[in-house]
Ligand binder design. Structure first.
Ligand SMILES: Cc1cc2nc3c(=O)[nH]c(=O)nc-3n(C[C@H](O)[C@H](O)[C@H](O)COP(=O)(O)O)c2cc1C
Length: 176
């Protein structure tokens, strides 16, 4: 029966949360690459894989540039994260240049795979939409055609009240 497998999945999902504090354990570049190695297997429209992940470790020049692009509310906590990532999406199909209206959807899915791989390895990923994409586009050279979708702070943390207070709509509310 699948019941036990779903329980295991629910336990993984319960372990994930979006922390605003990180401990000082660094996140290795090897782990980030392992998480990306999972992310790249996300499904995507026409298997375009329209995503890229801009990775910056704390102390690197790009980390500061990404941090500077965050809105104030996020700057208040994200500066201590060991790693910041910007997901980028190509809004046009590489195969024919036509608009890819699934590009952001697919990039979010790749981020979902990336962050669950992180949970398995003991790190948390806190995504942020509160940033100024034009600041990133102005200050960091991005591959042609790719645009910032979201920023994420990544690091080790401990269980906190933030994690315990997570709530969700019940199934009956999301199932039509
Ligand atoms: C696309 C996206 C944008 C988000 N933007 C922000 C943000 O700007 N600042 C923030 O603190 N959290 C942000 N979050 C985190 C959500 O607030 C968080 O996922 C939600 O409250 C559920 O909490 P949980 O992740 O701990 O389960 C964002 C999450 C997503 C997926």
């Amino acid at each position: 029966m699948y019941t036990q497998d779903i329980k295991t999945m629910k336990k993984m999902v319960a372990e994930r949360f979006s922390p605003t504090t990180f401990n000082n354990q660094p996140v290795s570049d090897e782990l980030i690459n392992d998480m990306l190695d999972v992310a790249r297997w996300a499904p995507s429209s026409y298997n375009e894989q329209p995503w890229k992940f801009l990775v910056a470790h704390n102390g690197e020049e790009n980390f500061q540039k990404i941090y500077n692009a965050l809105m104030e509310g996020n700057q208040n906590w994200a500066g201590d994260a060991p790693v910041l990532v910007v997901t980028l999406a190509n809004n046009n199909y590489a195969r024919n240049g036509k608009p890819n209206r699934h590009a952001w959807h697919d990039t979010g899915m790749a981020m979902g795979f990336f962050l669950m791989a992180g949970v398995e390895a003991g790190v948390q990923v806190h995504q942020m939409g509160g940033f100024f994409p034009e600041k990133i586009e102005r200050n960091i050279e991005l591959p042609e055609g790719y645009h910032p979708v979201a920023v994420a702070a990544i690091g080790y943390t401990q269980e906190t009240a933030e994690q315990e207070s997570r709530t969700r709509k019940p199934v009956r509310e999301i199932r039509l």
